[in-house]
Design a protein around this ligand. Structure first.
Ligand SMILES: Nc1nc2c(c(=O)[nH]1)N[C@H]1C(S)=C(S)[C@@H](COP(=O)(O)OP(=O)(O)OC[C@H]3O[C@@H](n4cnc5c(=O)[nH]c(N)nc54)[C@H](O)[C@@H]3O)O[C@H]1N2
Ligand SMILES: Nc1nc2c(c(=O)[nH]1)N[C@H]1C(S)=C(S)[C@@H](COP(=O)(O)OP(=O)(O)OC[C@H]3O[C@@H](n4cnc5c(=O)[nH]c(N)nc54)[C@H](O)[C@@H]3O)O[C@H]1N2
Ligand SMILES: [Mo]
Length: 744
């Protein structure tokens, strides 16, 4: 790894003195802010928000403004690297690196078969890259081991939507925040992680007093500070809280019986599942006083419109899918969906994590197709001109399952694209040991914690240097034009994927190259055909229209190229048995349900109430480990800091990790502000300074997860649990136990 000495000496201020501005989209979070990249002498010299873009209306957050500095960092990789006999990474030509990659890939296919091969990608690339991953992975290699960092991020969005509505696709849009009487931010801190959205909410609130804002978060975050009602629950009790509130709303009689009987099924089975959650029991479990629970039930039971967001405090907590399904249940029983100002809004985090799900790069089937429906597979096979058997290759396997498969010598080739798992995966040491066993290809502009285990490193073109589309959190497809040529020596992720497929000799049924497109735009045109007739239909979009309209929400058909602001306005849900994306999973075990089981429900266009259960965290603080460990984000950094630490301005705001701790806990451990402590969990330990802050409750500590071992071992994931949700297979990154000791 390289040190911080490689950060550019001085940041060039964004300026108006440019040759031209190029239409693009911010690549650092899921809001999808339109922006323009300022170019001078074929170099990026600035960025500004696009005023005519309906999502951000010219605004950008602090990270966004500095995201291009990393492109010009002195330690950017400009040639591939290959691990030599001495175990060191050594510069190589593209020819040498690709030859080795193809040789190893062929060896893996021969010795292990397609399921020895995994592609682990990202929610930060382009739809065109993801679509190519889906096609090369499934139709070329023939593997079902496609996954991405989206498993750590928004796998629960996908699965809670499948369980309730039969297909992926977030029902509401950002416009609905402008109409909602009530907004509930559930495990979501947009004041730090989606500032443009938070500003949009607060600007209206300051002007009109609306919306009534509920924030559910154990910490008093910057978002919670603005709330009308902050529910500071005990970690890992989301499902208990929601069950209690929903039960109370039902007993207050605040449900829309007409709506329920017309548009939904299985209300009673949901109601039975939560019968035990009296206010007293809910209060005891969550730590929230009964009066606050009563108030929450009154507001949520009476509000005429409601947008509820969920993000990592829901997805990365225990009972993730169950809690998010409970939020769907809440909206359904009140009929608050498919109308202005209404809808569950299960967020995305990364700029295109939903895009990867939509086009199938993460083990989903392209265009929300159902892996258990042979007609859908036949249709895909016909579109790709391949044998349908190639697609009958089993359900998706999440990254934690894949780590286990590497440990057991099942997977031996691991292709890592645009993610840094040896900072972001839970239980980091376990993940590291596993990846050391596999042949690992890392596609990254920098040396990172993950390239430490790479056999080949391929340097990609970065944001601003390539063309493609991204899907934000509200189904908006945005275009990013190429602003400048990439530095000599690098290739775009798209080019690398297409070249790999051609070098492997992947063919369709007629012996033609599997990948026949050569540009991202051609790939998008092919994807449009694949999407046609499916929920995420994009057949009405073109690059030109996307640029002109500044983003379009799917579905956007030829008849309706302007797209769709909100789903389910006609209250018809994609649960028809021949159309749906999934037959659902058992909410307790995660077992996929059979077609016969789904048929028996006969949902056929109606939404499904699912029962919801509270299980709690698999690990609870006790004698040796008395604290809850919570992890998450800071305003200033993007994930593993590979981009934001290369901006001096951002890095100076938050140069190192720390542990946030309540004053009373600090006092009883005789710890002062900035004292160095050792935080230990059953899996690992790190040393870091303390920030004493009463925004965190007693018995809980919080560590930002952005820091790896770039400048000293500071990774929160040394300590996190690698247990996953049974339905979405998303790891529980927000709850673990730990102890804190002062280092004298
Ligand atoms: N500045 C910045 N912005 C980002 C990113 C970034 O790296 N930096 N990353 C982007 C990405 S990919 C994502 S996924 C999003 C994530 O965005 P958020 O989900 O808003 O961010 P987090 O800090 O991970 O977690 C949110 C909150 O969950 C709370 N939480 C912990 N345990 C529980 C619990 O049991 N119940 C509830 N209700 N809440 C709990 C935490 O206290 C924390 O405040 O941010 C996006 N935006
Ligand atoms: N404890 C804990 N762990 C977490 C979380 C948490 O809240 N707590 N959050 C989880 C979540 S929600 C997420 S999204 C993940 C994020 O975790 P990661 O995805 O692992 O983090 P990033 O830093 O975004 O990694 C992106 C990598 O791609 C490289 N890169 C940049 N541009 C390009 C490009 O154009 N092409 C290619 N090929 N590479 C590029 C960057 O240098 C970087 O190394 O972390 C997860 N881990
Ligand atoms: Mo994320």
């Amino acid at each position: 790894m390289t040190g911080k000495e490689n950060i550019p000496d001085a940041n060039v201020e964004a300026n108006e003195n440019v040759d031209h501005w190029v239409h693009s989209t911010c690549n650092l979070c899921s809001i999808g802010c339109g922006c323009e990249i300022g170019v001078k002498d074929d170099k990026i010299v600035g960025i500004k928000g696009e005023v005519s873009h309906s999502i951000n209306m010219g605004k950008l957050d602090p990270k966004a403004k500095d995201q291009w500095y990393a492109n010009y960092s002195k330690d950017r990789l400009l040639t591939p690297m290959v691990r030599n006999e001495n175990g060191e990474l050594e510069k190589a030509t593209w020819e040498e690196a690709m030859d080795l990659m193809v040789e190893q890939a062929k060896k893996t296919l021969k010795n292990k078969g397609p399921d020895g091969f995994s592609i682990y990608s990202t929610g930060q690339g382009f739809l065109e890259d993801f679509y190519t991953i889906a096609k090369v992975g499934r139709a070329g290699i023939g593997t079902h081991l496609l996954d991405a960092n989206t498993r750590l991020c928004t796998a629960t969005t996908e699965w809670c939507l499948l369980q309730s509505f039969g297909s992926d696709g977030v029902p509401a849009s950002f416009e609905d925040f402008d109409h909602a009487e009530t907004v509930m931010l559930f495990g979501h801190n947009p004041a730090e992680t989606g500032t443009v959205l938070f500003d949009r909410i607060m600007e209206r609130k300051n002007r009109t007093g609306k919306p009534y804002l509920i924030v559910v978060d154990p910490r008093e975050t910057a978002s919670a500070k603005e709330a009308d009602l902050h529910l500071s629950l005990k970690p890992g009790t989301n499902a208990a809280l929601l069950n209690g509130i929903i039960r109370q709303i039902i007993s207050d009689g605040n449900i829309d019986r007409d709506y329920i009987s017309r548009n939904t099924i299985e209300f009673n089975s949901m109601r039975n599942s939560i019968e035990e959650w009296t206010l007293a029991k809910t209060s005891a479990m969550t730590g929230i006083p009964e009066e606050q629970l009563t108030l929450a039930a009154k507001v949520l039971g009476e509000t005429p419109s409601l947008v509820s967001t969920t993000l990592q405090g829901a997805f990365q907590s225990s009972d993730a899918t169950t809690a998010c399904v409970a939020i769907n249940n809440l909206h359904l029983m009140r009929g608050l969906i498919g109308k202005p100002g209404c809808g569950p809004f299960h967020m995305a985090g990364q700029p295109s994590s939903s895009g990867n799900r939509t086009v199938g790069g993460v083990g989903t089937y392209p265009g929300n197709r159902n892996p258990a429906n042979p007609d859908h597979l036949n249709e895909m096979a016909e579109l790709w001109n391949i044998d349908a058997e190639k697609l009958e290759i089993g359900p998706e396997k999440g990254i934690m399952k894949q780590i286990e498969m590497i440990e057991n010598d099942k997977i031996s080739f691991f292709w890592n694209i645009h993610t840094n798992p040896l900072v972001s995966l839970p239980n980091r040491q376990r993940a590291k040991k596993a990846l050391e066993k596999a042949f690992v290809v890392v596609q990254d502009p920098f040396l990172t914690e993950t390239t430490e285990v790479a056999d080949i490193v391929l340097p990609p073109a970065m944001w601003g240097e390539k063309e493609g589309t991204m899907e934000n959190a509200d189904r908006t497809i945005n275009l990013l034009r190429k602003a400048v040529e990439p530095p000599e020596g690098v290739k775009s992720d798209f080019e690398i994927l297409v070249e790999f497929s051609n070098r492997m000799g992947f063919k369709d049924k007629d012996g033609n190259p599997l990948i026949q497109y050569t540009t991202p735009e051609e790939a998008f045109e092919e994807w449009k055909k694949v999407s046609k007739g499916r929920p995420s239909d994009m057949s009405g979009m073109t690059y030109e229209l996307l640029e002109k309209e500044k983003g379009i929400r799917w579905p956007a058909t030829e008849d309706k190229p302007e797209g769709t602001t909100r789903l389910y306005e006609d209250q018809t849900f994609p649960t028809n048995i021949d159309y749906c994306q999934s037959f659902g999973k058992d909410p307790i075990t995660g077992r996929p349900k059979t077609k016969a089981e789904f048929q028996q429900k006969n949902a056929d266009g109606r939404a499904i109430f699912q029962p919801t259960y509270y299980f709690g965290s698999p690990e609870m603080p006790q004698d040796e480990y008395p604290f809850w460990l919570n992890t998450g984000r800071l305003l200033w950094h993007w994930h593993t800091r590979t981009k934001t630490a290369r901006s001096k301005k951002l890095e100076e705001k938050a140069p190192r990790a720390y542990v946030e701790m309540n004053e009373d806990d600090a006092y009883s451990l005789r710890i002062n502000q900035d004292d160095l402590v050792r935080v230990t969990s059953p899996r690992g330990e790190i040393q870091l300074p303390v920030h004493v802050d009463n925004r965190i409750n007693q018995g809980e500590v919080f560590i930002p997860f952005h820091y790896g071992n770039w400048d000293g071992e500071q990774s929160a994931n040394e300590m996190t649990m690698d247990v996953v949700d049974p339905v979405s297979h998303q790891p529980i990154l927000k709850q673990a136990v730990c102890k804190v000791e002062k280092i004298s």
